[in-house]
Design a protein around this ligand. Structure first.
Ligand SMILES: Nc1ncnc2c1ncn2[C@@H]1O[C@H](COP(=O)(O)OP(=O)(O)OP(=O)(O)O)[C@@H](O)[C@H]1O
Length: 272
């Protein structure tokens, strides 16, 4: 059995004969943090939905630890751009949702929720309803909820896209910290990076992708394919200062050029 996430010859058509994704092949090792960038409409969210099991591929398959993904499951936690919390459930009960669905006993549930809320810095808001929270706080709750069942893979679809610049940077540091601190369920005996959740994050923000990702995948359009798979060899752990280094700026510019080239090629194909 192969550990990690494997996307094999994946294709998706919503309209027959017009594939949004075609022949997407990629492997993500356990504990790896991978970002996906690409022009608008290149199929980034579609790829994430297929990995999540929210949508079925037209061709190919997704394997998680050797098992084909056939639908959503607690081994994959999902966070979208807007928090989509249950407005009638307080913060703690939002985080507890997946654990309740799995039938985790109350005491174990409460302990896990308390630990997660501490980890995301929101223990003091456990009893608050989501409507009282800021956008950044709501996304922290969403992330805690996605992590509650200790998923093997955390799937993030533009999770910070709706936040202001300052909050966004706080959240970037936060998600990196969470990735380092919160272990995934399986591999109980493992230590270090192998115990971390695998993260696949879609973003249109190249700076964010280069700052967060150990790898950045660039998706081409018409149809969406992985056109580049770039290892980001920046020092770890990452701090915001790295964004001002020549090395970072150079990688960012190169990835921006690739995305721009894909976008222009897409526009050219659309114009008569
Ligand atoms: N359920 C659907 N039915 C029909 N077409 C769809 C559906 N979902 C996505 N598409 C189409 O698939 C293409 C890719 O959409 P997707 O949302 O995956 O792109 P994206 O790269 O995430 O875009 P953006 O960066 O703008 O969010 C688009 O042309 C979109 O219209």
């Amino acid at each position: 059995m192969t550990a990690g996430l494997r996307v094999e010859a994946l294709g998706k058509e919503f309209v027959p004969g017009r594939p949004v994704l075609q022949d997407v092949d990629v492997s993500v090792a356990p504990g790896e943090f991978v970002c996906v960038v690409g022009a608008s409409g290149s199929g980034k969210s579609t790829l994430l939905c297929l990995i999540a099991g929210l949508s079925r591929p037209s061709t190919g398959r997704v394997l998680l630890d050797g098992h084909e993904v056939l639908g959503p499951g607690p081994d994959r936690g999902l966070v979208f751009q807007t928090a989509s919390l249950f407005p009638w459930r307080d913060v703690a009960r939002n985080v507890a949702f997946g654990l309740e669905a799995l039938g985790v006993p109350r005491a174990a549930r409460q302990e896990r929720v308390r630990w997660l809320l501490d980890e995301v810095g929101l223990a003091h808001l456990a009893g608050a309803l989501p409507g009282r929270l800021s956008g950044g706080q709501q996304q922290r709750v969403s992330i805690a909820r996605a992590l509650a069942c200790a998923p093997r893979v955390l799937l993030l679809d533009e999770p910070f896209g709706a936040l202001d610049v300052q909050t966004k940077e706080d959240m970037q540091l936060f998600i990196r910290q969470v990735w380092q601190d919160v272990p995934s369920a399986a591999d109980g005996a493992a230590t270090g990076p192998a115990r971390r959740s695998t993260v696949v994050m879609v973003t249109h923000d190249v700076e964010e992708a280069v700052f967060l990702g150990q790898r950045v995948l660039v998706l081409s359009s018409d149809p969406g394919r992985i056109s580049q798979d770039i290892a980001i060899d920046l020092p770890e752990p990452r701090s915001l200062e790295v964004k001002r280094t020549p090395e970072f700026l150079k990688i960012k510019a190169a990835v921006e050029d690739l995305v721009r080239a894909e976008h222009r090629a897409h526009q050219a194909r659309l114009s008569p």
